[in-house]
Write a protein that binds this ligand. Structure first.
Ligand SMILES: NC(=O)c1ccc[n+]([C@@H]2O[C@H](COP(=O)([O-])OP(=O)(O)OC[C@H]3O[C@@H](n4cnc5c(N)ncnc54)[C@H](OP(=O)(O)O)[C@@H]3O)[C@@H](O)[C@H]2O)c1
Length: 333
């Protein structure tokens, strides 16, 4: 069976030069070239995340070392993709035309387009029936970030206590569900407007970040996961139990110094992890795990809003405000 695949062209988001949200436009471009072990996916949904905004604006400057010094090497942005397989190379065995799939094009952005070509051994999995395309794209970004933090870095155990800062964000909403699934006692930090949402995801205790300082406790948590990277190890140290770990998603000299110096006298330590740089086979295994957890009803996506591809600049502007709860989804035409 084959699906009709247009010869050319396709619509895609496009970043010619680094800049503010209006630097991202929509244009027609050539279809991706497929190899014998690739599948061609008709994209139905992708996401806009804070890292996408950082790669669009080249802020922080360090992204230029990965994405292109003077201008983006890959003009089509986006990592997370959910859609249908419309063609499969002759060596492909894992997927068939018509499969609903989700995954990531990382480390090469290209997902914000009507069609995406991906190797069959890329981080790509069949979507469980329970998922729609928007949820699938959102979960891909947030699960591939949150899971390695909790499982591989925190080594979270049943009965341990974890505090999650930024619990209403993309990564936070998945981290709360995963921590609960792992049997931990979950304290979540968010604004009052998001308290009901975060409670419904399984948080045992909610702290309103506008009225309370979550660091103002002593030896309360085995793990502090700062999903939005707004605090610091030094501010959180007192709130950690002896032997506890502070994990953050964002780099700073302070956290790099904490990693260099290692554990303090009470065995407390701080760590930054870079989940985007994990080996592709590890991410591919985690896509299968994500599929299983969703099929078992252990995890679901949280969608803030769905926007059309034509509103991509507006979506970037909105995500940069850092007020979204869950994911911003872009639907492909
Ligand atoms: N290290 C890595 O490998 C890696 C990978 C991916 C992403 N990241 C980084 O992870 C970070 C978080 O991403 P995300 O996608 O989860 O964020 P997000 O979805 O944009 O988070 C938005 C939420 O954060 C909360 N928030 C905003 N300002 C806050 C503050 N000052 N303190 C506490 N919470 C605040 C708000 O909820 P409330 O108002 O309810 O609190 C808001 O709803 C980004 O900096 C991104 O670059 C790192």
């Amino acid at each position: 069976m084959t699906h009709p695949v247009p010869a050319a062209p396709m619509k895609a988001a496009w970043i010619e030069r680094y800049g503010p949200p209006q630097a991202i436009t929509v244009r027609e471009t050539a279809m991706p070239v497929m190899g014998p072990s690739d599948v061609l996916i008709r994209t139905r949904a992708s996401t806009v995340s804070l890292p996408d905004c950082a790669f669009r604006s080249a802020d922080p400057f360090i992204v230029r070392f990965f994405a292109g010094l003077l201008r983006p090497k890959a003009p089509i942005p986006g990592g997370a993709v959910a859609g249908e397989v419309v063609a499969a190379g002759q060596e492909v065995t894992r997927f068939s035309v018509g499969d609903r799939v989700f995954g990531t094009t990382e480390p090469n952005p290209s997902a914000m387009a009507q069609y995406v070509a991906l190797a069959e051994d890329a981080p790509l999995a069949i979507m469980p029936d329970a998922l729609d395309f928007g949820e699938a794209a959102g979960l891909t970004y947030s699960f591939l970030t949150a899971m390695p933090f909790l499982r591989d870095e925190a080594k979270l155990q049943p009965g341990q206590s974890i505090l999650i800062n930024g619990a209403a964000g993309s990564i936070g909403t998945v981290a709360v569900q995963l921590a609960r699934h792992m049997g931990a006692e979950v304290t979540a930090v968010c604004s009052a407007r998001n308290a009901d949402l975060v409670s419904s995801l399984g948080a045992d205790t909610i702290i309103d970040r506008h009225t309370s300082d979550f660091t103002n406790v002593e030896a309360a948590y085995d793990v502090i996961f700062d999903a939005v990277g707004k605090s610091s190890f030094s501010a959180c140290r007192r709130a950690l139990k002896p032997g506890g770990i502070y994990l953050t998603t964002t780099p700073s000299f302070a956290i790099l110094w904490a990693m260099l110096t290692g554990r303090d006298k009470q065995g407390k330590r701080g760590k930054l992890a870079t989940t985007g740089l994990r080996p592709l086979p590890d991410k591919a295994r985690d896509m299968l795990l994500l599929s299983e957890l969703v099929a078992e009803g252990k995890l679901h996506g949280v969608i803030d809003r769905v926007m059309p591809l034509e509103a991509i600049a507006e979506a970037h502007r909105y995500v940069e405000q850092e007020t979204k709860a869950g994911d911003v989804i872009i639907e492909m035409p």
